[in-house]
Design a protein. Sequence first.
Lengths: 188, 141
Amino acid sequence: MKPARRHATYDDVRDASDLVVAELIEGDLYTSPRPAMPHARAASALGQDLRSFDGPPGDPDTPGGWWIIFEPELHFGADVLVPDLAGWRRERLPSLPDAPAVTLPPDWACEILSATTATLDRTRKMPIYARNGVAHLWLIDPTARTLEVYRLDGERWIVASSHGGSTNVRAEPFAAIEIDMRRWWGER
Amino acid sequence: MANPRRRVTYEDLLKVSDTKVAEIIDGELIVSPRPAFPHAHAGSVMSADLINAFHRPPGDPKGPGGWWLLNEPELHFGADVVVPVVGYLWIVDPLLRLIEVYRLDGNHWLVANTFSGTEPARIEPFDAIELDIARWWLDIA
């Protein structure tokens, strides 16, 4: 995937069409099309699966303690990244800012891979998430039907676990529940 | 990929057709077709580059040397039979033109680096030389 423009600024992000996801990475503007159906399904199902984490802490019936947000605009200095989903622990982010973007790095980010974005996700976005202290990153590939779970170790990613196929998984930081990956792949 | 749910033995692997690649991973027999062209091309050119430089005795003036490099060796790890290597792991995607480099850190894989595109690259553990990775990718118009 090639940048739509080099030496770009936030004005270029603002000027991008609403039909694309615009990101700014080390001065390069990337515009990705809206997700295709397998991608959108995986993101939607995952968001529902994590519902029990998205609530105040202290409820005895649910794990809680997180904000789970679809496609938040993250600002890391001059870089502007939009993961498919991200989560913040409420102890770090007690209330959501009323703003178009967030500067506090999330505790978890998830990228759903597609043929057009996988290289960008792995070569450019993963190192930026690491530099900014995002503790966990999930990469979900709806075509290969895989989940890769990365945990930050210093400023390096280590592979915490990897999962494939039509099975149930427990994956950090959401290992408190078991998730049925078949829902992500549209099998149920 | 066929992966029947019973623990298989090496006898099962020996019965697989020579036209397939057979592996045993956590007790499951995994049978893959022989590689398609972009895969075979990337593997062939990459191994030519690496073998030419590194598959030599240490101190050989023609290259850094010091390695044995083999294509598709059959490795036995206890009961598992798998076909790639350890210490470093490369995952090369010839369609995305992407190279992921993992380094073993204790008993975890650490993402050492990621390369894409066609710029020459120095890639661990073979970073003594610059590799012209553009040669690995087949131009499919």
